[in-house]
Structures are given as C-alpha cells and as structure tokens.
Design a protein around this ligand. Sequence first.
Ligand code: FEO
Length: 407
Amino acid sequence: MEPQTIIQEIAPSLYLLRVNDRQTRYFEALWEIPEGITYNAYLLKTPEGAVLFDGWKQPFTDAFVAALEQLTPLDEIKHIVIHHMEPDHSGTLPKILALTEAKPTVWGHPFTQRLIAGLCGLQPSFQAVKNGTRFAFGGRELVFYHAPWLHWPETMVTHLPQDNLLLTGDIFGGYGIPEGVFDDEVALLDQWLDSARKYTISVIGHYKDKIGKNIRTLTDKYGLQPSMILPAHGLLWRQAPQRVVQAYLDWGEGKSQPGKVTVVYSSMYRYVERAVQVAVDELRARGFRPVVHRMVDDKRAGLADILSDLADSEAIVLGTETYESDIFPLTEFLLHEMVNKVAFAKPLLAIAVFGWAGAAGKKLHTLLENAPYEPVRIVEFKGLLTEASEAQIREGVRAMVADLRAE
Ligand code: FEO
C-alpha cells in the first residue's frame, strides 16, 4: 500500500513534506507506537534553487522522491540542511544525493559530516555551521543554532528570520498521526501534547537536563520567539507555539500535574494486582488521580506510555512480582528505563510480592538505592493479601500523601 503523504505550502515558498508511518510498531525498535508517527521534511523554493531540510525514514525513499518531484526537479535542490542525522530523518539522504547531478551542499553541525560518512558512507560537499551562522540564498535568509543533545550531539535548528519560522528537528515533535497539519486544526490539542510528552520522554528523556538549557539559550540569549515551530514529527505549531515551548520546559524539569500518581505493576497471578488495588483505592479516597498501567497475562502496557505518565506525576506506586528468586524481568527493565529517562525526585511506594522468599524486595532496595526517587518505601509480603499487609500498604500511601502535601 502506498504511504499517505501530505505536501503543503505552509509559508511563502516553504513546503511541508510529511509521510504518515503506520508500519513502524516500535520506534527505535523500542518504543510502542500503535498511534503511528509522521516524518516531516521541508523544502524552501527560491529563484536560485531549492533548500531541502531533512528527509524521511529509508523505507519511504521512493515516496519521498516522488513528493519532492511534485515540487521541484531534483537538480534544483542546491542545499540540504541536516538538523539531526538519526536515520528516521536521514534515511533518504543517500538516494537524494545520488539523484542530484548538480551536487547540493550539505549544511550541518560539524559532527554531522562524520555521521554522514559513518552512517551513509558518503562525503558530500559539506558546510559546517556555528551558532548563529547566517546563510543568504535566493532572497531568503537562514540562521543556524546548535541544540546539542536534544537528543544527538549534532542536533541543531534553523531560523528563517524573514518569516520568523523555526525548524526544530526532533525538538517539539510528537508521536501520532494528527488529522490536521497545524495545532489549530486538531480537535484535542491536550492529547497531542500528551503525544509530544511521550515522544520527548522516551527519545530525549535521558538528556532532560539539556532541554531547559537549550531552549533558554534560543529564547533568552538569541531572542527567538518564533511565530511558527516546525518539528520533524507530528503537529506544526502556529497558533500556540509558546504552549509547546512551555510544555517542553515543564517536562525537562519533571513538573507534576497536581493529584496525578502513576501506578504501574507486574502481576503473574493477580496477587500483586489485588495489593496494588488497595493503594489505588486509598489514593482515590484521598483525592488523587491514579493512572494505572498493568503488565499482566492479558495486557501489557507500553513502556513509552508508562514513562510518559511517570514524567508528570506527583508520585509513583510500583508493584512487582518475584520471579526465579529475582525481581520480575519486566519490572527490572522498567526500572532501568525509569532511572534513565524519568530521573526526578518523587516519592515512590513499592509493593513486592514473593512466593518462596523475599527476593524482589531485596533487589528493589539495591536498584532504588541510588535512584533519584525519594522517599522510597517498600512493602513486601508473601502472595496472599493479609490484613497486616493491607494496613502496611494503606499506611504507605498515607505517608506518601503526607510527604506531597507537606511540600
Ligand atoms: Fe526523529 Fe532522533 O530522530
């Protein structure tokens, strides 16, 4: 089936080339995306030729070439700007370079040249840019700024000052396939912000400290207040660009939604589930809003969705089984990624269940010893929920609530 593409002029002589990817089930072969994803490239046409910004993932190469050819003969592409070399945007680069006889100059962060050689085996004509490098071409002006580690070292953005547009690569991007192109064309904008949070936390979360630093450099040091934000995934922001900027700053700082508590658990035979339900009931009784993710025998929550909810929760409830004298494998993987991507000082209540001996609790102590969560409380008991263990769980929730409200 032909991929669905959108080609649209979004500003004078600036075109969006978007493909809707419904075939990738695990972004980066890791993050579950039943909602799909888009790849957004852009083309600027001028009297002197065209400038191409980024590209699509390699399986969409033929569709990308066809989309470009609707806008311009390929030999009219004189320059290619690479905001970020991850192959979901650069997979089409080798084919475009091969098809353009008047070889375009590639513009990018100095490190990009090495990545093109390493990932594509190519050495095109290359122009390295610094912070604030200006390039005037065909009556238009482009200004480049580095945004390192969002989320690769060579990440950069391009400002078009005449139109006050900012092309941002992964930054401000989101999962999902919006029914419209712009933020004012979708019905549920909050839902799309959730998609952007899921993308940001799963893909950029490891470098969360760089989010505020880079954005403030762009806004405060360089004075950028773009009227339109044009990311390489998902929605384009023209009605409320400041809203996605503020959301990004909040996610980078781990700002919580009042009352939101993420509850996530693994449960082979529902012993953990029954125990966790006690915590959920206690939270609700105290006016909190538990968001529950289950890893059980008929349902497995997506890791990216869990991490995304953890990022803006006030607190965490984590339930786990013991498995072969160790912590349940999915919980161990989750904890690894939690500490990696959602490292914020939030209270955590762990509920561990064992059949033979208390292995999961011991492992939790070890895994959480150097984790950022605080305070950490661990309730551990044999499988059956007893009055005593139920009381421990309720007390754990009460103590967690007291911590939160004491702040
Ligand atoms: Fe969308 Fe980091 O690539």
